[in-house]
Design a protein around this ligand. Sequence first.
Ligand code: SF4
Length: 227
Amino acid sequence: MARDGQNGRRELLGRVLARLAQAYGRPAPRRWGNAVDVLVATILSQNTSDVNSSAAFANLRRCFPTWDAAADAPVLRIECCIRTAGLARRKAPRIRAILRRIRAERGRIGLEFLQKQRPDEAYRYLTGFDGVGPKTALCVLLFAFRMPVFPVDTHIARIARRLGVLPPDVPDARAHEHLGPQIAPRDRYAMHLLLIAHGRRICRARAPQCERCCLLSDCAHGRRKMK
Ligand code: SF4
């Protein structure tokens, strides 16, 4: 680890947030849709680009104006609608099974009841669905309910490792447990979005642009690379 101690890592992450907010602007809260929309959209976004998953989500809503209609449809029709998102043969049956299970358990397809639950309870409920891992569940809690959780995607895990605030042996699926507590609850939404923006533009997986990076002075990986 490049930094010693939890306090050092918290301070570093505080500076990271301030610099990224200066570079990109602090993201304003916005409405991301209801929780079922966010859940389906996040499943569609797994292992593909935003452009492809957004197109698949829009097409799915065009084909099925209500989630009940999707729950009652043949799985092949759902598969055709979401083809642009990739892995459609895997995602389509999972989405339909989730919609059907919510309806069977709750009497209708809605997840508003999770708003009244503690984040850990709501997280357990969502990760009980096949195809819903930690990142997907935490995205629903953060974007649909504004709960103070910290989903970690591949961009965030990569930057955190390069900055030395995430040990290399912590797998991506457990990274939220390690990073979340080091970020103030009020900052987790902004930090999540800003790190993803930075990972797409500057700290890319291949050829990170360290010479243009506002985090260089705090980044051991970047400084090594610049020598
Ligand atoms: S200095 Fe380089 S490796 Fe470090 S965060 Fe910036 S782009 Fe990524």
